[in-house]
Design a protein. Structure first.
Length: 448
């Protein structure tokens, strides 16, 4: 008998079925919830560190740029040192020199400078409050597209020279005025006025250091205008000078309108919104009308006065201010230039288009395409530029009963051309009509 071998049977697997190949592959990528949270926290930490370093870098850069701009714009210490060194060496003298350099009763306050070469500060001189202005040489910046040779330092106190008599100095001043203002019959009177201002210590004669200070100051349009218009309401009074540093009456509000915001924020504000924001921060309409009347009166003061016509070559709200009574006061008159002087600077200048025939930002002439030279005829009078500036300023918040008439007169004013026939008559009619319209509306209000 053949013996049958008994085979042992395996017990059947009763658990879950073994995973398929597809399931095995997918299980390789399964991540537990704890691992997911750890990865997310690690990512958040890296992101946080990155943005923290970015904020630190940008903040440091802004601080550096702002500090560099401030130290470049606000160099009051350098300005005072330069002036006082020359005063102590007997080169210059003036009514403010003693208070600035020896008694130290004249102090520099808040910096208001907009350009490194034209330093401007609030100042205190004893009981007087004013604005100090000082001329400085701009530091040399290397531009690889330009000549690398540094500009030579200008010596503003080289005239008059030693041995110059008072009579000779008067002749120098007369010749300068004749070049700037033309051959006016009132020039001798203006020369005598300058000599009385130059006599800083009021001892009856002008010393050589005082004459050197006066000569340097006469090269500045603003100083000349302050002397010429010293009796006019809208020109700040000259309080004192030392060399080409001078102190003028303080203006409480140093811009016609607008709000000062950091430049980094201005980058992100559209120009249209920026203009609207400027108009939001203005006085009430009657007070705006009073300020506008003052500006129109200033235009009259410099239009064909006893010393000729002056042109406003940079019409900006930042050049105009007003006091606590809402009387207009000029803040910056550096770009108000004698008409004859502007014509000499522009005429026969090479040009390709009318855009090449501009002095400042607003004094324009035409380009003669045949000769490729600028003409000497100014296109737009001061009044038209002023009305352009005042248009949005006055029409915002204007009483409805005069809105249509005011708008009509402003647009007629803007359309004025300096080359038109009978321009002077039209100029006077429009200016007087505007003043009358505004004054009638505000004369009975307490705000004005």
């Amino acid at each position: 008998k053949r013996k049958k071998k008994k085979k042992k049977k395996k017990k059947a697997y009763k658990g879950p079925p073994p995973p398929s190949k597809k399931t095995k592959q997918s299980s390789m990528f399964d991540v537990s919830p704890a691992s997911c949270i750890r990865a997310r926290l690690s990512y958040m930490r890296i992101k946080y560190l990155f943005f923290s370093w970015l904020v630190i870098f940008v903040s440091s850069w802004i601080v550096y740029v702002q500090y560099s701009a401030y130290t470049e714009l606000c160099r009051g210490h350098d300005c005072k040192k330069s002036i006082c060194d020359k005063y102590k060496n007997g080169i210059i003298d003036g009514s403010a020199c003693e208070g600035l350099c020896t008694k130290e009763t004249l102090y520099f306050g808040k910096c208001l400078s907009t350009k490194p070469s034209n330093q401007m500060y609030l100042g205190i001189w004893g009981n007087l409050q004013g604005m100090i202005k000082c001329q400085m040489e701009e530091s040399v910046h290397l531009d690889f597209g330009a000549d690398l040779e540094p500009r030579k330092e200008i010596i503003p106190f080289d005239k008059p020279t030693k041995g110059t008599t008072v009579q000779k100095f008067k002749e120098m001043v007369y010749s300068l005025f004749k070049t700037k203002l033309g051959d006016q019959g009132s020039l001798p009177e203006l020369v005598n006025l300058i000599l009385s201002v130059a006599d800083g210590n009021k001892d009856g004669h002008v010393s050589l250091p005082e004459a050197k200070s006066a000569w340097a100051l006469l090269q500045l349009n603003e100083f000349l205008l302050m002397v010429i218009l010293q009796d006019k309401e809208h020109t700040p009074k000259l309080l004192g000078f030392c060399g080409d540093l001078y102190m003028m009456e303080r203006v409480q509000y140093t811009s016609l309108y607008g709000i000062s915001i950091p430049w980094i924020i201005e980058w992100f504000i559209p120009s249209g919104l920026r203009r609207s924001m400027d108009q939001w921060f203005t006085p009430s309409w009657p007070r705006k009308a009073k300020i506008a009347i003052g500006l129109l009166e200033f235009v009259e003061d410099i239009f064909h006065g006893p010393y000729g016509n002056f042109l406003m070559c940079e019409m900006s709200a930042k050049n105009l201010g007003y006091n606590d009574k809402y009387d207009l006061k000029m803040v910056d008159m550096r770009k108000i230039v004698p008409e004859m002087n502007v014509k000499q600077l522009i005429k026969d200048h090479h040009c390709e288009s009318d855009l090449d025939c501009v002095f400042g930002t607003d004094c324009r002439t035409l380009c003669d395409q045949n000769r490729k030279k600028c003409t000497g005829d100014i296109i737009q009078p001061n009044l038209a530029k002023v009305c352009q500036l005042l248009k949005d300023y006055l029409l915002r918040g204007v009483p409805s009963e005069i809105r249509e008439e005011l708008e009509k007169q402003l647009y007629s004013c803007i359309a004025l051309k300096a080359t038109a026939e009978q321009m002077e008559m039209e100029h006077s009619l429009i200016l007087n009509s505007l003043k009358t319209l505004l004054w009638k509306k505000i004369s009975h209000t307490t705000d004005s």
